[in-house]
Write a new protein. Structure first.
Length: 233
């Protein structure tokens, strides 16, 4: 009986000691001295990731640091974003700083990365591979629907001059390219071609050679041979 009483007293003493230590830590951490204003303030007056300076001093320093900046293109002073990551005062300045103007043609030749098809590419918002000429049209002329295409009047894929761009459909774009000789259409197969393909195949000519001869895929050649297409012949 006496042993159990002593044991419970020891346990209570340990619990009390732990509580006292926790309270001491809380009292120490609840007040922090700001390095700038030298005031001891409650933890609530500090940001979680910035414990060295209080909120007021931290915000004042950021405002003074990013109060003014000079635009890289127009050289005018402006107040950048809260993180200070904006180098241009507006979107137009950013876009105009990425071009080289051709005095003879009036084209604004894109100076950034180029896609495999020859069009300019730009990081725009969340789109890391936006087409430059579409972005320029949206910024300088207005909104552009996704189902519409941009037609170049100058036939220069690197050009982003809004005056050389107009909205059109895919059909209009194809017709424009065909009229200007930029689109080489394959000749259509005739009855004589189909008969000759089947004859050559049965004589031992491989589909690969026939595909090169008639500028078609091997799948198209085999469809003709097995009458998947051109069934009427």
């Amino acid at each position: 009986m006496i042993f159990s009483i002593l044991q419970t007293n020891i346990i209570h003493d340990n619990v009390i000691r732990e509580l006292i230590n926790m309270l001491r830590k809380d009292l120490v951490m609840s007040y922090i001295q700001c390095k700038i204003c030298k005031r001891e303030l409650d933890v609530k007056n500090f940001y979680k990731k910035q414990r060295s300076t209080c909120k007021n001093c931290y915000n004042k320093n950021r405002q003074e640091k990013y109060k003014k900046s000079i635009c890289r293109y127009c050289k005018e002073e402006f107040r950048p974003g809260i993180k200070g990551r904006y180098r241009y005062c507006k979107d137009e300045c950013r876009l105009k700083d990425k071009i080289a103007v051709d005095d003879k043609t009036g084209c604004w030749n894109w100076q950034g990365s180029i896609s495999l098809r020859g069009y300019g590419k730009i990081v725009w918002g969340s789109n890391t591979g936006a087409l430059a000429h579409r972005v320029y049209y949206q910024v300088f002329k207005g909104n552009l629907k996704d189902n519409k295409v941009i037609i170049h009047s100058c036939d220069n894929t690197r050009c982003v001059n809004p005056e050389h761009l107009r909205i059109g459909t895919r059909k209009e774009n194809t017709e424009d390219a065909q009229l200007k000789g930029r689109l080489k259409l394959r000749s259509r197969l005739t009855r004589e071609h189909v008969i000759n393909i089947r004859k050559l195949y049965h004589e031992g000519t491989s589909p690969e050679i026939l595909a090169k001869m008639y500028k078609r895929s091997q799948g198209t050649i085999m469809d003709i041979v097995y009458r998947v297409s051109w069934k009427e012949i």
